[in-house]
Design a protein around this ligand. Structure first.
Ligand SMILES: [Zn+2]
Length: 52
């Protein structure tokens, strides 16, 4: 579960670690990378380009 990739439609995502075991909400900016890993919880987010 922890390494599950989340697809998002915007290059800036908010991550709070996902509930009780989470962390303070942070905003992560993919910029041109198309993906980013949260430095707090190692959750990976990828930009869903197909939905553009
Ligand atoms: Zn996180």
């Amino acid at each position: 579960m922890e390494n599950e990739t989340i697809s998002v439609k915007k290059p800036i995502v908010a991550c709070d670690g996902g509930g009780a075991a989470g962390h303070p909400r942070v905003f992560l900016d993919m910029e041109d990378q198309g993906e980013i890993v949260c430095p707090y919880c190692s959750q990976r987010f990828v930009l869903d380009k197909k939905s553009r």
